[in-house]
Ligand binder design. Structure first.
Ligand code: SF4
Length: 243
């Protein structure tokens, strides 16, 4: 299906405004692909500082990936406890490492850089616990492949602006948004970063700061009065509506 030209134009307009606001960033990530992969798992619903502490503590206690894989589960949970949900993330990490050692003989994914984007994506998403978001972050940040990670902030802001429909899932958004953008890793990295920051700082879940928003005049949610509705809903009800 061909992407709508008006939505593609809206996407590029929003992208250019956020480029202007936040400035173009060079692609950057963690120093090595395994750090990016495991760090992305640790980062789920966790601040950057707490994720970094969890990763550092884990590597100090278990300096090799074999040691991480074979550690008693309770010790690994303890090592990554600054990340939220350590009891879920620790077995994920050990399963993933066991799979990597079994399939490739090492915890080394540098070879992904030599695969086509589609092949790298297919390989990564067969790993236990690795979904589209983690795979696209790794491939874009570390290997500069032209893919677009869609996290909760990117998803929410693009839906509110009206680039994505209200029922489009985050999984589906990975493909839809990508179709509106140039297949250029620098563009895609900046699109991801800028919408992520905008969702964190301006278009927050509760009380979006629409008066400070450079997307206001193109935002469907704002134009339809959705923001007023959100701001007038008691927090108590919002929480239960979201739970
Ligand atoms: S105008 Fe308001 S709802 Fe729309 S993107 Fe900006 S902050 Fe979000």
């Amino acid at each position: 299906m061909q992407p709508s030209s008006s939505l593609a134009a809206k996407t590029l307009d929003a992208h250019e405004r956020l480029n202007e606001l936040y400035g173009i960033q060079a692609i950057h990530g963690y120093p090595d692909p395994m750090h990016e992969l495991i760090g992305t798992i640790l980062s789920h619903r966790t601040t950057h500082a707490n994720e970094a502490t969890a990763y550092r503590t884990m590597r100090e206690r278990f300096p090799t990936w074999e040691q991480v894989r074979d550690a008693p589960l309770s010790d690994l949970i303890d090592a990554i406890q600054t990340a939220n949900y350590p009891e879920i993330k620790a077995p994920y990490i050990q399963n993933l490492l066991a799979h990597l050692f079994r399939e490739t003989g090492a915890a080394n994914i540098d070879f992904l850089g030599n695969l086509s984007t589609q092949d790298a994506m297919n390989w990564l998403t067969t790993l236990p616990g690795i979904g589209l978001k983690t795979a696209t972050i790794l491939l874009l940040f570390k290997f500069h492949k032209p893919v677009l990670p869609v996290d909760t902030h990117v998803h929410r802001v693009t839906q509110r602006v009206g680039i994505l429909g209200p029922k489009v899932s985050a999984e589906k958004a990975h493909t839809l948004l990508l179709a509106y953008l140039p297949q250029d890793s620098l563009v895609l990295f900046n699109f991801h970063k800028h919408f992520y920051w905008h969702g964190q700082r301006i278009c927050t879940w509760y009380y979006p700061k629409c008066n400070d928003c450079v997307l206001r005049d193109m935002c469907d949610f704002y134009q339809s009065g959705g923001t007023a509705l959100l701001s007038s809903t008691p927090i108590r009800n919002k929480k239960s509506a979201n739970s």
